[in-house]
Design a protein around this ligand. Structure first.
Ligand code: ZN
Ligand code: ZN
Length: 336
């Protein structure tokens, strides 16, 4: 990864806006991208070179013709990175976030780690006066909103979240917001310590621990109604299947290219739903804008490191090397 000069994208066309990115969050999928291992993409070589950055907040510089009202130069926005084809089965049933031809800003096309980004107006959401680093959290929080919708997390339920990284923390925030109790599980105590502002209970798990007893102590004998896998550790999919209550829901958010054995009989025996979560739909992104705005104190605690654009390559390398220390690293392009 290197910082280079590129041509400016020029004026926005019909239905497009030109955004000056101000803050861009770095996430686990950016680390995969950086390392050349993109879990779910069969031939990653087709994706390089690429300007990364899919967790972006910025200010509109220019609005093209035929854009919806409410967007003007100077409006601070968060970027919803999802564009879909409209024609495949997923799109036809209203789930363009799982489109077979999905195109994500910062993954399939150039992202926000640059000074100007041209995007369709439908992919920017006004965020009011939210700080850019906070607004850059909206995208990861939108994944969490999608996950609790998919998992039908309801008031009074017990939700176990495996993995207390930024997505795990966002999952806790989103599940608590729906009235659930959340147990956040991780091997890194430093990550669990950040959950206090969110209101989650925490469990420090040894690498080879049997979580079952501890989780039943917390959730009751039936076990938790929902278990969300947010580590990407393949074996934990089976762990989630074991932990969840009969008739419960397992939600898989973590990415991995590896296979993991699942005891097949557990699925019919327990009659559980196993639900994958991709990125989110427009309504869920709007809900994430609202949630981050309302819980800004809890969310702001997740941003632990800020870097300038020139330092972006070092920022990614540093975040990969220091998982216990770095919760969310944000690249600031606004000089703040
Ligand atoms: Zn991300
Ligand atoms: Zn599609």
């Amino acid at each position: 990864m290197e910082v280079v000069g590129v041509e400016a994208p020029g004026a926005p066309g019909p239905g497009e806006v030109l955004v000056a990115p101000e803050a861009v969050g770095l996430c686990g999928s950016d680390f995969h991208y950086f390392l050349g291992d993109i879990g779910t993409i069969d031939d990653p070589s087709t994706l390089y070179p690429r300007i990364q950055g899919h967790e972006a907040a910025g200010t509109i510089l220019d609005v093209g013709p035929d854009c919806p009202p409410g967007l003007a130069a100077g409006t601070r926005v968060a970027v919803w990175p999802v564009a879909s084809c409209g024609g495949c089965y997923a799109c036809r049933v209203g789930r363009g976030n799982a489109c077979v031809n999905i195109s994500l800003v910062g993954v399939h096309r150039d992202g926000a780690l640059q000074e100007q980004l041209l995007v369709p107006a439908a992919q920017v959401f006004a965020v009011g006066d939210q700080d850019p680093a906070l607004a850059a959290l909206i995208e990861p929080v939108s994944i969490a909103v999608r996950a609790v919708v998919r998992g039908r997390v309801a008031d009074g339920e017990h939700v176990v979240v495996l993995g207390a990284g930024p997505i795990g923390q966002a999952l806790a925030l989103a599940a608590i917001d729906r009235g659930a109790s959340v147990l956040l599980v991780d091997t890194l105590a430093s990550r669990l310590a950040r959950a206090s502002g969110i209101g989650a209970d925490v469990l420090a798990a040894a690498e080879d621990a049997d979580l079952g007893a501890a989780v039943r102590d917390w959730a009751g004998e039936d076990g938790p109604e929902v278990v969300i896998e947010a580590t990407g550790v393949p074996a934990l999919v089976q762990g989630a299947v074991e932990l969840v209550a009969h008739a419960g829901r397992v939600v898989v958010v973590g990415l991995s290219a590896d296979h993991a054995p699942v005891r097949v009989g557990d699925l019919p025996l327990k009659e559980i739903d196993v639900l994958g979560v991709s990125c989110c739909g427009a309504d869920e992104f709007a809900a994430a804008v609202e949630l981050v705005g309302r819980r800004r104190d809890a969310a702001a605690g997740l941003v632990t490191h800020e870097f300038g654009l020139e330092q972006a390559p070092d920022a990614i390398a540093y975040a990969i090397a220091h998982p216990a220390e770095v919760m969310k690293a944000v690249v600031r392009l606004d000089g703040a």
